[in-house]
Design a protein around this ligand. Structure first.
Ligand SMILES: Cc1cc2nc3c(=O)[nH]c(=O)nc-3n(C[C@H](O)[C@H](O)[C@H](O)COP(=O)(O)OP(=O)(O)OC[C@H]3O[C@@H](n4cnc5c(N)ncnc54)[C@H](O)[C@@H]3O)c2cc1C
Ligand SMILES: NC(=O)c1ccc[n+]([C@@H]2O[C@H](COP(=O)([O-])OP(=O)(O)OC[C@H]3O[C@@H](n4cnc5c(N)ncnc54)[C@H](O)[C@@H]3O)[C@@H](O)[C@H]2O)c1
Length: 500
């Protein structure tokens, strides 16, 4: 049962509903409500599906697809170790319904709990925008005010503005996981996290996948060695076309496959008999489904934040200080907080969760504000193979501490005992350290279970363990794949800890 909110005339507005706390966004924002709020009035506002991106259209369902797809796509790996694992088929509708049967139930019960069961929370199932400092107006005209407001409004897919991008066959990550059936041909546009995860999913499930990128490599935000290795392996697994810009998507006949038109252009030098000019080439691909995975935009523009005077950074996110307080003219605004994709450019759930813990504490302990922890932030791409990374790339380390102070080791998975067991020709563990102190500056892995292998390196970097102490200060289980990390650590040119 929901408590009724106090309603009063707010200066210059229709009757406003007033709360102690309003949270915009039910993703990471939903976790802010603890028993500390009992007896007070809290509103969670969400114009989308309750539970936000990670639960409904992000981390959780993608990984629930990625695991089965990795089994479906393991023919080549099995063949390397003399096992014939030909894929008979995938029951796509059953897979989809198992995934969303679980997820939709969690979203529904989370909504019911906040809306119908907790007596101090109200759910406003509408989009809102700022109409003044600490004042919000919903699409239907409800005016909401609060002593404290948390903006946890996330991000949304951004699409190139090309003809045909609104055709029914064109999807983003928001819709592509609920297809009625497994598409025969999928064109994936983009080369970042979402694109390579879905290319691996559809390939593993049995679709024909063509991934088209503007540049020459996939995952270009990663260390060069990892990006190059991943691109090489992905190109052997599914069809990767480089150097093409999407221009137009043309509908098919009778709802048949669409045609995606790409172009590349270059400046041609003057030849004998021809003038210098721009030449263009085109690529046309037919597809049952087109996945546009071309980045995500923070939901700042849709909130009219200027009405609340909030600062926006050059990256298009809301500016916050170390306590996650929103800023106005560079100064923190009392009672205004932000977290997640709308305030940081990592766009990662574990970062949003950490920021939510900071805000949850600071909201109820104004006398004991806690700072967020900025580094090191790890990430993993659950493609085939996996990619995982933390800290500086080799180039960033060189730029930061100087080439003479950087030591790098690239350790092949195939050169450690478990790598022999796997007959692995894929995995790479690259470590970057400061040769003066042995401090790890970055760690980058591509290969089997890269996300799990990275975690001890995140731990070492988080707690200041130097590379040699990490390698020799503990037993490494033999012959586990984690020996690849041990060997990489020992390959760095760093001070000896004296441990044996
Ligand atoms: C396909 C995909 C896979 C991903 N995989 C991973 C992964 O494996 N690991 C990882 O760490 N991260 C992953 N991410 C990123 C992760 O999902 C996000 O970083 C995280 O969910 C952001 O949480 P948030 O709380 O900031 O926002 P969200 O969870 O997006 O919540 C914001 C909510 O605000 C609501 N909202 C927005 N504007 C308004 C408004 N004006 N009025 C009312 N409500 C509004 C939205 O409806 C939404 O429900 C993935 C993302 C995608 C898209
Ligand atoms: N496993 C994970 O942690 C995970 C998984 C998925 C998403 N995410 C988060 O979501 C964020 C967004 O993911 P994403 O893959 O959409 O973004 P991204 O920034 O990683 O990649 C976007 C890609 O689209 C391309 N692109 C952009 N505009 C284009 C255009 N007009 N035409 C052609 N190509 C274009 C870019 O060159 C790039 O290859 C990620 O940065 C990540 O933080 C995380």
């Amino acid at each position: 049962m929901s408590t009724s909110t106090s309603t009063f005339d707010h200066p210059g507005t229709a009757a406003a509903e007033h709360f102690d706390l309003i949270i915009i966004g039910s993703g990471s924002g939903n976790s802010l409500i603890s028993e500390a709020w009992e007896g007070r009035r809290v509103a969670v506002v969400d114009g989308g599906t309750f539970g936000g991106t990670c639960l409904n259209v992000g981390c959780i369902p993608t990984k629930m697809y990625a695991y089965p797809a990795s089994l479906g796509g393991s023919e080549q790996e099995a063949a390397r170790v003399n096992v014939d694992l030909r894929r008979e088929g995938v029951d796509f509708p059953a897979l989809r319904d198992r995934i969303f049967g679980r997820i939709d139930a969690i979203s529904d019960s989370g909504l019911r709990y906040r809306r119908d069961e907790l007596d101090y929370t109200t759910v406003v199932e509408e989009r809102v925008r700022f109409t003044g400092p600490k004042q919000l107006t919903t699409d239907s005209g409800r005016v909401l005010t609060a002593d404290q407001i948390v903006v946890a409004a996330g991000s949304r897919p951004s699409l190139p503005d090309i003809p045909g991008v609104d055709l029914p066959a064109v999807h983003t990550s928001d819709t592509v996981m609920r297809l009625p059936e497994l598409p025969r041909r999928v064109v994936v546009v983009g080369g970042g996290f979402i694109a390579v995860e879905f290319a691996a999913v559809f390939d593993g499930l049995g679709s024909e996948v063509v991934q088209v990128i503007r540049g020459e490599r996939l995952l270009t935000s990663h260390d060069d060695s990892v990006s190059a290795r991943f691109t090489e392996i992905a190109s052997r697994t599914w069809d990767v076309r480089t150097g093409w810009e999407p221009r137009k998507i043309v509908p098919g006949h009778d709802d048949g496959p669409v045609t995606v038109r790409f172009a590349r252009s270059w400046r041609g030098a003057a030849q004998e008999g021809t003038a210098a000019g721009t030449a263009e080439a085109f690529l046309e691909l037919e597809a049952d489904v087109v996945l546009m995975a071309t980045g995500r935009t923070p939901n700042v523009d849709t909130l009219d934040v200027a009405a609340a005077g909030l600062d926006v950074t050059h990256r298009g996110v809301l500016a916050v200080d170390a306590y996650q307080r929103l800023l106005c003219g560079g100064e923190p605004v009392e009672g205004m907080w932000g977290l997640g994709d709308v305030v940081n450019s990592w766009q990662l759930k574990h970062v949003a969760n950490h920021e939510a813990r900071v805000v949850a504490h600071n909201l109820v302990h104004p006398e004991d504000l806690r700072e967020n922890r900025l580094a090191p932030v790890p990430s993993a791409v659950f493609s085939r193979p996996q990619v995982a990374s933390v800290g500086l790339t080799e180039q960033q380390a060189v730029d930061e501490v100087g080439a003479e102070n950087v030591t790098v080791k690239e350790q092949e998975f195939g050169d450690v005992a478990y790598g022999w067991a796997m007959n692995d020709a894929v995995g790479l563990c690259k470590l970057v350290a400061d040769r003066r102190t042995g401090r790890l500056l970055g760690a980058h892995l591509v290969g089997h279970e890269a996300a799990n292998l990275l975690q001890p390196l995140v731990q070492a970097m988080s707690f200041g363990l130097d590379a040699h102490t990490m390698a020799r200060g503990q037993y490494w289980i033999h012959p586990a794949l984690s020996e690849v990390v041990e060997n990489a650590l020992l390959g760095l040119d760093v001070p000896d800890s004296g441990l044996l």
